[in-house]
Design a protein around this ligand. Sequence first.
Ligand code: CP
Ligand code: NVA
Length: 310
Amino acid sequence: VQSLKGKDLLTWFDYSSIEVKQLLGLATNLKSLAKSNVHPPLLAGKTVGLIFEKHSTRTRISFEVGINQLGGHAMYMHARDLQIGRGEPISDTGKVLSGYMDGIMIRAHSHKMVEELADAANIPVINGLTDLYHPCQALADVLTIHEVKGYLPGLKLAYVGDGNNVANSLLIACAHLGIEVSIATPKGFEIDENILTKVQKLAVSNGTNIMTTNDPIVAVKDADIIYTDVWTSMGQEEETAARLQAFKGYQINEDLVMHAKSDYLFLHCLPAHREEEVATSIIDGPNSAVFEQAENRLHAQKAILASILS
Ligand code: CP
Ligand code: NVA
């Protein structure tokens, strides 16, 4: 077992495939312990700051609860209340917080800003969503897939929708774990080219591949898992009308899922817009595990926290 102590988590590109598997195993173990009401105090005496520039239900609550369960102390801070809201450099903030606490989770608009924070801080920084990545979500996603399907390599996941932060991290996690991915986005909403090149290389090194298309039916064909996210992410609200137009035909509905395997698993990071990116009958139907997936944020993040902070 490799020690991850002191490491940041900004993107799964910074982790080896073995390390991702190790975290997944720990998440599984911590979950089964928690189900028997056993909460190892792996963060006893530690304080973790949670900085938010955007809204959150799952990330904030699962981090607070997870840190408490591990015996640590979580401190919620909204960016607008901190001096960064009045222009104090994020690097100064990182240096100051390093003198008080043991780790920082941050949800920010700009991934670059989170990189600056991580560079300046000498305590681990965890990405709780940026414009580019959402790594904590992706670990919960693969934990859910593993629980439902019982294995990972050789499965086929279809992602249909926006080539965004959630998609980027999901692709990297799948590439680490040997899950084949087929991704359908409208023209103009594809996965960033640099990220795609890098993740395809990683997938090939793990014996799998990532296919891109603009056709949802092609992506979903024979899929074991179907995944989507909102069409308009936080901060993109003024693009809503244009996006509704561009994503027409990319809804996960009864007609589309007919092309997947009959026992397909439906996942969505939530929050969802029913009847927009997904039909109500699908997200609330028998193949959906979105609430197990949301719960798994807690278990996945406990594994991350325990590994890098204790
Ligand atoms: N999936 C997710 O990150 O949810 P929140 O925005 O509620 O944290
Ligand atoms: N892509 C979405 C994910 C929310 C958890 C957003 O960035 O708003």
